[in-house]
Write a protein that binds this ligand. Structure first.
Ligand SMILES: COC(=O)c1ccc(CCNc2nc3cc4nc(N)[nH]c(=O)c4cc3[nH]2)cc1
Ligand SMILES: [Zn+2]
Length: 375
């Protein structure tokens, strides 16, 4: 049986370890390195599918935990699956719920069979297991499903991390069995181990031996310093198969996307662009700005004169300043559109820099213009 999700390597940048590739899925292909806009509740907040296509989003992410609780995976299955339900006919990746349980709900009790916790909306007692997480994602019909894992907090002791990694590896096996390798859905394993090189090696060895079609690096972007993340990537990505996608979960900011690509990461996701857009924070080629600042009251130029997005082509800083100050929903649409386009454009520039074997130079130029301190 042909694998549902495959990776096509195009080239590796001669100046860095970054690679250009294509991921093929039942709902189409997307170029990598790729940023996945996050649509937690079956919508990338305030954006229509047509607008996401216009900004060249190749794949979006949604969440098992949220859709299980509301509206319910049974309803989405009856609707014909998540693609039909949300009118998105390109690839969808669903996270498995592990992280959301730990980041959202009170009182959780991790056992071998799964996690007991409370519904973060009404306090009801709930239970999520590898088998349940597989069944929900099978009902949603996502192209890429994630294994059910534990994402330990940062920092964690080596002792705690070791027992967590070993349980996550046992859970990964149960996910594979429960998934029965459904033909049209690819299941990715998630490598854990925190900042510990020996545990990352152990987790990678366990999961790579299970022959998943792709692998994620979990347990990062949980409050650790950037150099801890970068070092973890440096000793983890070489352990991952070169012929399969590498997905860094929960990342991220422009500098982390570039530094992750340089270390061989192909896929990224983060709520950052749409979440900061809601309070008026915008990413521009010369750094971040908050549009609510009084300085923009009479600024009739675009958000970013180097951006070709719908917002920058049609509206001024003064107008967006007014809308956000007036708490107008259209203002949040305009800031969300720009921030998503900014990151999707950045990934296009990263892919072009790989084609030209100059991602290291591009990093210097981008960091200089954006105001990131030098490496
Ligand atoms: C304004 O910006 C924000 O609100 C904001 C919020 C959260 C993150 C960090 C998200 N980080 C993150 N997401 C993650 C999702 C994960 N899923 C699984 N299954 N396993 C993991 O090990 C895992 C780790 C993650 N780390 C970054 C930014
Ligand atoms: Zn723009």
């Amino acid at each position: 049986m042909t694998a549902a999700v495959t990776y096509e390597h195009i080239k590796t940048c001669k100046q860095t370890g970054a690679r250009l590739g294509i991921v093929h899925t039942p709902h189409g292909s997307f170029e990598t390195p790729a940023f996945m806009p996050v649509g937690t509740q079956a919508t990338v907040k305030t954006m229509s599918p047509e607008e996401l296509k216009a900004m060249n989003a190749g794949i979006i992410l949604s969440n098992t935990y949220h859709l299980w609780l509301r509206p319910g995976n049974d309803i989405i299955k009856e609707a014909g699956g998540l693609h039909k339900f949300m009118n998105w006919d390109r690839p969808i990746l669903t996270d498995s719920g592990g992280f959301q349980v730990f980041s959202l709900s009170e009182f959780r009790n991790i056992k071998e069979e799964g996690v007991h916790f409370r519904n973060h909306m009404n306090g009801d007692k709930l239970f999520l297991s590898p088998e349940k997480a597989m069944q929900i994602q099978n009902d949603l019909g996502s192209d890429i499903m994630m294994a059910f894992d534990e994402c330990p907090p940062f920092p964690a002791t080596h002792e705690y991390m070791k027992s967590s990694v070993e349980r996550t590896s046992r859970w990964a096996e149960r996910c594979l069995e429960a998934h029965e390798r459904k033909a049209d859905q690819g299941l990715f394993g998630i490598i854990q181990g925190g900042e510990f090189e020996d545990l990352r090696k152990q987790s990678a060895r366990d999961l790579v031996s299970l022959d998943f079609p792709g692998y994620a690096i979990g347990g990062l972007s949980v409050g650790e310093p950037k150099d801890v993340m970068n070092r973890a990537l440096e000793f983890t990505t070489p352990l991952m198969p070169a012929d399969k996608p590498r997905y860094l979960m929960g990342v991220g900011s422009p500098d982390s996307l570039i530094d992750g690509a340089i270390r061989g990461i192909d896929m990224f996701d983060c709520v950052l662009p749409t979440r900061i857009a809601r309070n008026g924070t915008l990413m521009t080629s010369t750094g971040r700005l908050n549009i609510k600042n009084a300085a923009f009251k009479r600024d009739f130029g675009p958000i970013d004169d180097k951006c070709d997005c719908y917002t920058c082509k049609n509206y001024s800083r003064a107008y967006v300043h007014h809308l956000i100050r007036a708490d107008e929903t259209f203002g949040i649409r305009l800031t969300s559109y720009h921030n998503l386009q900014f990151l999707l454009n950045l990934m296009g520039q990263v892919r072009q820099a790989i084609r030209e074997d100059r991602l290291g130079d591009f990093r210097e130029e981008f960091f200089e213009a954006y105001g990131f301190n030098k490496p």
